[in-house]
Design a protein around this ligand. Structure first.
Ligand code: HEC
Length: 171
């Protein structure tokens, strides 16, 4: 019984060590981050390694997509859309968290067209694929003035990139 508290303290220290981030002492940036975690401008960055893990967890065919090509294709969207959490609405709405949301409901303060508001489906890979092929044909009357992406592989890569960057599968 007398050794009890010591054993408990040791166990606690071991547990605490096990719970620390992977590079606790060596990485001054991590320590710095911990003390400034509440800074309002801090954007949660996920590492490339985590992105590849997320990619692998996506439904087919997105799990085998080329993220670098997807990121390159996102240049076509960037003039109108942000994808970071809480990013601004521009000509188009912020797209963070768009997967799993009903079309035209993602952003309460964005004025969607009736075409998108009344579409009635939930955004997933296949719907986004049709949308990005030719928005005006898929939802006539939309105000997204974008010609479309003809190459199916480019669409798949871009959709996978969006899934990884916008929190697909997270609630
Ligand atoms: C010229 C500006 C413009 C470009 C470029 C553009 N969009 Fe849009 N996007 C819009 C607008 C405007 C809307 C709202 C459409 C509506 O309400 O009819 C929209 C809507 C969307 C929606 C529906 C969002 C929701 O909440 O339902 C998605 C998804 C989307 N865009 C993805 C993309 C992707 C991916 C690209 C790049 C390939 C892209 N857009 C390029 C302007 C643009």
């Amino acid at each position: 019984m007398r050794l009890g508290p010591i054993a408990a303290a040791t166990a606690f220290a071991t547990l605490a060590a096990a719970c620390s981030p992977s590079q606790p002492a060596a990485d001054p940036a991590a320590a710095d981050q911990a003390s400034t975690a509440a800074a309002p401008t801090a954007t949660p960055e996920i590492s490339d390694e985590e992105k590849l893990k997320l990619l692998a967890s996506l439904p087919a065919p997105y799990n085998a997509a080329d993220l670098a090509n997807g990121e390159a294709k996102f240049a076509l969207c960037q003039s109108c859309h942000t994808i970071t959490p809480g990013g601004a609405n521009m000509t188009g709405p912020n797209l963070h968290g768009v997967f799993g949301k009903k079309a035209g409901t993602g952003n309460a303060d964005f004025k969607y067209s009736d075409a998108v508001k009344n579409a009635g489906f939930v955004w997933d890979g296949p719907h986004l694929d049709q949308w990005l092929e030719k928005p005006q044909t898929f939802l006539p009357g939309t105000k997204m003035t974008f010609a479309g992406i003809k190459n199916p592989k480019d669409r798949t890569d871009l959709i996978a990139y969006l899934m990884v960057e916008t929190g697909h599968g997270q609630k």
